[in-house]
Structures are given as C-alpha cells and as structure tokens.
Design a protein around this ligand. Structure first.
Ligand SMILES: NC(=O)C1=CN([C@@H]2O[C@H](COP(=O)(O)OP(=O)(O)OC[C@H]3O[C@@H](n4cnc5c(N)ncnc54)[C@H](O)[C@@H]3O)[C@@H](O)[C@H]2O)C=CC1
Ligand SMILES: O=C(O)[C@@H]1CCC=N1
Length: 279
C-alpha cells in the first residue's frame, strides 16, 4: 500500500523513513543530508511536537505520521528507544509490506523480535551505530535478519556508510558490539573529562587543559589508525624507563583501571541482553 503524504512534486530518489528523531535519529538524518540525500527523500516521524517543529525548521524535512512514512518509504529506520520498539512495531505493522527494508538501530532488540511483529517477507537489518557519525566518523555494525538479500544489506550499508565505517557481524556478536563501539564514545568522553579535571588539579587553566587533552586524543587516535601499530607498542614508546609515564601507568594498574574497563563493558553487554528480554 502506498499512501501519498504530499501533493508536492519530489525527487525520484528512494524514500527513507526515520522513526524517532532524538540524538541518534538526528545524527542519521543530518548525516544523510550531508552525504547529498535530498531533504524531500527523507520522511521523519517524531512523537514530540516541539522536537518535530525544530527538525522541520533546521533541516527542511517533512515530519509525517507513522502510517505515511511507512506507507510511502522504501526503507524505514527505527531509531526509538528499545522500550518503545514494541509499540512502534504494532503501530506500523499494518502498513509494512514484504520486500520493504526495516533497519533497526535499537540496542538489544533482535531481528527475531522484530520479525515476530511484522508481516512475513519484510527485510529486517539490525544496526548498532555510534554518535561520532555526527562528524562522519561513525562506526556501525550490521546484522541481517531472515528475509534480507544482498540488495537490502547494500542499502543498509549505504545508509550507515554515509556517516562512517560499517562492518557486517553475525547477530550473536551485537551485544558485544554495543558494549564496544555503541557505548564506546561515552567511555572516551569519561576519560577525557577525568584528564581535564586532573590537568586543572595540577594548576592548568581549564581551557588549556581541555585543548591539551583533546589534541592528545585526536593525535593518539590518528596514530592508531594511520600507523596500524599495536597500542601496546605505541604505549611503550611513550614510557621512558623510570620516567613520568611509568609512574602514571603504575597508578592506573594499582587502581585496576584495565579490570574496571573489562567489567564495565561486560555490564554494557549484559544490559543489551536485558533490553532484548524487554526490561
Ligand atoms: N545515543 C546513542 O549513542 C546511541 C543510540 N542507539 C539507539 O538509538 C535509539 C535511540 O536512541 P537516542 O536517539 O539516544 O534516544 P532519544 O530518546 O534521544 O530519541 C528517541 C526519540 O524517539 C522519539 N519517539 C519515541 N516514541 C516514538 C514513537 N512512537 N514515534 C515516533 N517517535 C518516537 C522520542 O520522542 C525521541 O525523540 C535507541 O534504541 C538506542 O539504543 C544506538 C547506538 C548509539
Ligand atoms: O546507552 C544506550 O543504551 C545506547 C546504546 C549504545 C549507546 N547508547
């Protein structure tokens, strides 16, 4: 079924619906526009009226109802919280059709759960993106459901590839992916906060501490990416015998920071599994 959402002429590009335009929905929306997608090829669905008005004003996109977005779109991206997925799927299931591509970005929610709520033959792809997509440096993993063909996977890769790297993984690895790259930016920002605070404790003006930490992070990340050298080797290159870095790293080890990261990421993966179970 196709429900026209407007009488205005529009571009011939395939239509993509985005349901849920919070942090991640806007990240995807703005990335697709930066990558050259026409604003009239994107249909946004957002529950909060003030947020919907803000996005219409900022991006000149059409904010439409669930039924219009799903009826019209070739591909529908689900970017609501995991806890809202069941209700959204119940609402859109009557207008979804076999062959249509449904791309879920929700943590924890399995393709099996989605497939159980939509008509047979709807192609479901599960994605775990991250917020650096906002600056086209995203990292997304994708996993196909049962009715997905190569064209569907290529379309999902193109959507996420517009804002960063994409890797295909088996779905059973998605909880680990969520713990590593989905939540990962938050760990990095947490470390950055801590390093800036430490710089202030050592007497640096906050703006200077902030500049030093951010450029150190960017430089270190660029070294990792461009040299391909193992992080252990890069860390050892900084660590002079009996020097300052060795003194600092000994404190980190004494405070079990490495073990804390492992425990934290195990907790994230466990939470992803809980979200799958609906809690
Ligand atoms: N924020 C992040 O870094 C990441 C988020 N995700 C996933 O993306 C999804 C969205 O997360 P955020 O954007 O952070 O949450 P958010 O709370 O910022 O955005 C969710 C949006 O969905 C809207 N919404 C809720 N129910 C709706 C409905 N029935 N119809 C239309 N809109 C509806 C809300 O008003 C809100 O604007 C989640 O499932 C999360 O697991 C995945 C990876 C990273
Ligand atoms: O915190 C969350 O649940 C979402 C999924 C990964 C990053 N943010």
């Amino acid at each position: 079924m196709t429900i026209p959402s407007t009488d205005q002429p529009r571009s011939a590009a395939p239509l993509t619906g985005i349901i849920g335009a919070g942090v991640m929905g806007e990240t995807v929306l703005s990335g697709l526009l930066r990558a050259g997608r026409a604003a009239d090829s994107l249909l946004v669905v957002e529950k909060r009226p003030d947020r919907a008005a803000e996005l219409e004003e900022k991006y000149a996109v059409r904010v439409v109802s669930h039924l219009h977005a799903v009826g019209d779109a070739d591909t529908v991206m689900l970017v609501v919280k995991p806890q809202d997925m069941g209700a959204v799927l119940d609402e859109i299931a009557p207008v979804l059709r076999a062959g249509q591509l449904l791309v879920s970005l929700a943590a924890g929610i399995t393709t099996g759960f989605i497939e159980g709520k939509v008509p047979a033959g709807v192609a479901v792809v599960r994605v775990m993106p991250n917020t650096p997509a906002l600056v086209d440096e995203g990292m997304a993993a994708i996993a196909p459901g049962t009715s997905v063909d190569d064209a569907h996977l290529a379309e999902a890769e193109a959507l996420l590839g517009a804002v960063g790297k994409v890797v295909r993984v088996p779905e059973h690895q998605m909880d680990a992916v969520t713990a590593v790259s989905g939540s990962g930016p938050a760990y990095v920002f947490y470390v950055v906060e801590a390093m800036i605070e430490a710089g202030v404790h050592l007497g640096l003006p906050r703006t200077v501490a902030s500049d030093l930490v951010i450029q150190t992070l960017v430089g270190s990340a660029t070294m990792l990416r461009e040299t391909g050298t193992h992080p252990t080797v890069l860390r050892e290159q900084v660590t002079s015998p009996a020097g300052t870095t060795a003194a600092a790293l000994r404190e980190l080890d004494d405070h079990k920071v490495r073990a804390a990261f492992i425990a934290a990421m195990q907790a994230a993966a466990e939470r992803s599994r809980e979200l799958a179970a609906g809690s």
